[in-house]
Design a protein around this ligand. Structure first.
Ligand SMILES: Nc1ncnc2c1ncn2[C@@H]1O[C@H](COP(=O)(O)OP(=O)(O)OP(=O)(O)O)[C@@H](O)[C@H]1O
Length: 443
């Protein structure tokens, strides 16, 4: 601070007060405009760094040793010199602090013998000591000796999140579908993964499916994605999206073949696409890349339990189980992925749940269900989906295979009006399934 004042005095002496005053005015006006028109840039370029410097010194470094000692994360070791013996206390070094305005990311070098779980066990204590709402403990990629503490200073997820814009290019990295608790947009990548969404009634499962569909809309229109939708609730949830779907099956009791046989037909057709791609891609690539000739086929199911647990027709049930099992175990490499939502994650309702690499737990009714959805240990690492209040629909925890820590996000709120707005006027093209089939057959 003193340095800045001294620098200003020197500048005034050299160039005069007027140019310095004008320069300062222009800079202040620029910052105010950025704050008003580009709040995200402002947070990232100005607010975050300034807050990080301030909080690093005032909140963290000042109390670091005491806080870590209270949390039992320091190590005492006896040291003896000739005739005397004393104790040396080792404190894990604080490496740096970054702030997003919502989360302070505090990087720490662990002491020899410590693990990320040692810090996770003390997360509540650390949050309380540093005055944060919560503390998430995260490992650092390729730095096994380091750990990052995410201390939440403000929760950006209490406000409803508006849908994000997307482009065709988002397909490769995943469209932005939610806001993370660090205040930054969060992307959901479907290529190479199946997605399971679990949540109690009213938890916002619909907003996950719709955020994803709207995020994929440009890629769907560019024919890089082909959505085959199943809505066993008679089409109540997904019927609005019909213009986006190449196939839409919502059960039909008037055919005389049983309500569920249409679901089995659709899944078996997806298996057929999968098989023909396997034949074509064998020895050429290990991960299919979507193209208009071979789009990413997304089999979207609104209530998976209606396909796995509550099916009356035994023949259809067997066909569905077999096709779903094949798709989940072999489909993702060849670009046939399953996105499913369900209320109840128990094995008898959803026997195949372990085959979904990406899982989202919205509000759940019991702590035990968190383990079922996100895997053992997820709740200890902060994924308390059973504690999400019912006033926060669309908030949930996500785990992705290969990444240890769950992330907390809120999906965008997609209203019926917005869907009608985005999808109107309905495309005048004919059914796209025929095109997909003829292209796949020709290839
Ligand atoms: N992301 C969100 N942000 C704000 N409000 C939301 C969000 N998602 C859903 N809601 C609201 O929460 C309520 C329940 O949402 P929704 O119907 O999507 O839940 P659901 O989990 O699909 O329920 P069900 O299993 O009963 O169909 C609706 O009133 C909806 O407007």
């Amino acid at each position: 601070m003193l340095g800045a004042v001294a620098g200003l005095v020197v500048l005034v002496e050299h160039v005069g007060a007027l140019p310095v005053g004008v320069g300062a005015g222009v800079m202040a006006a620029g910052l105010v405009s950025m704050r008003v028109w580009r709040p995200v840039w402002f947070r990232r370029l100005v607010g975050g760094p300034v807050s990080a410097v301030w909080r690093s010194g005032w909140v963290y470094r000042r109390r670091w040793s005491t806080a870590l000692e209270t949390a039992g994360l320091t190590v005492a070791s006896a040291s003896s010199t000739v005739g005397t013996s004393s104790q040396v206390r080792y404190v894990p070094p604080l490496l740096r602090v970054r702030s997003t305005g919502f989360v302070d990311r505090v990087r720490v070098r662990m002491l020899p013998g410590q693990t990320v779980d040692d810090y996770a066990e003390q997360a509540d204590r650390l949050a309380q000591t540093f005055g944060a709402q919560a503390c998430r403990v995260r490992s650092v990629a390729r730095r096994v000796h380091e750990v990052e503490l995410w201390l939440l200073t403000r929760d950006p997820l209490t406000r409803v999140v508006d849908p994000f814009a997307s482009t065709v290019a988002d397909l490769a990295v995943g469209p932005r579908v939610a806001l993370g608790e660090d205040g930054l947009p969060w992307r959901l990548r479907l290529i190479g993964s199946h997605l399971l969404v679990v949540g109690a009634t009213g938890s916002g499962k619909g907003s996950v499916l719709w955020s994803l569909l709207l995020g994929l809309q440009p890629a769907i229109e560019a024919r890089l994605v082909s959505v085959w939708a199943i809505d066993p609730k008679g089409g109540m949830e997904l019927a609005f999206g019909a213009p986006l779907f190449d196939r839409f099956c919502h059960g039909d009791s008037s055919t005389g073949q049983g309500y569920e046989s249409g679901f089995a037909d659709l899944l078996e057709d997806a298996v057929e696409v999968m098989r023909s791609r396997q034949d074509r891609l064998r020895g050429i690539t290990r991960l299919h890349q979507p193209s208009p000739e071979g789009p990413l086929v997304v089999v979207l199911v609104d209530e998976l339990a209606a396909l796995t647990g509550w099916v009356l027709d035994r023949t259809a049930k067997k066909r569905i189980e077999t096709a779903l099992g094949l798709l989940l175990s072999q489909g993702r490499a060849v670009g046939v992925v399953v996105v499913g939502a369900v209320q109840d994650p128990r094995k008898d309702v959803l026997p195949l749940r372990d085959l979904f690499p990406t899982r989202i737990a919205l509000r759940l009714s019991e702590a035990e269900q968190v383990h079922l959805v996100l895997g053992p240990g997820a709740r200890d690492r902060g994924a308390e989906a059973d504690k999400i209040p019912d006033t926060l629909p669309g908030v949930g925890y996500v785990t992705v295979d290969g990444i240890a820590e769950p992330v907390r996000v809120r999906f965008s709120h997609v209203t019926d009006d917005l869907i009608a707005d985005r999808l109107a006027p309905a495309p005048s093209e004919g059914p796209r399934l025929e095109l997909l089939r003829s292209v796949e057959d020709a290839a």
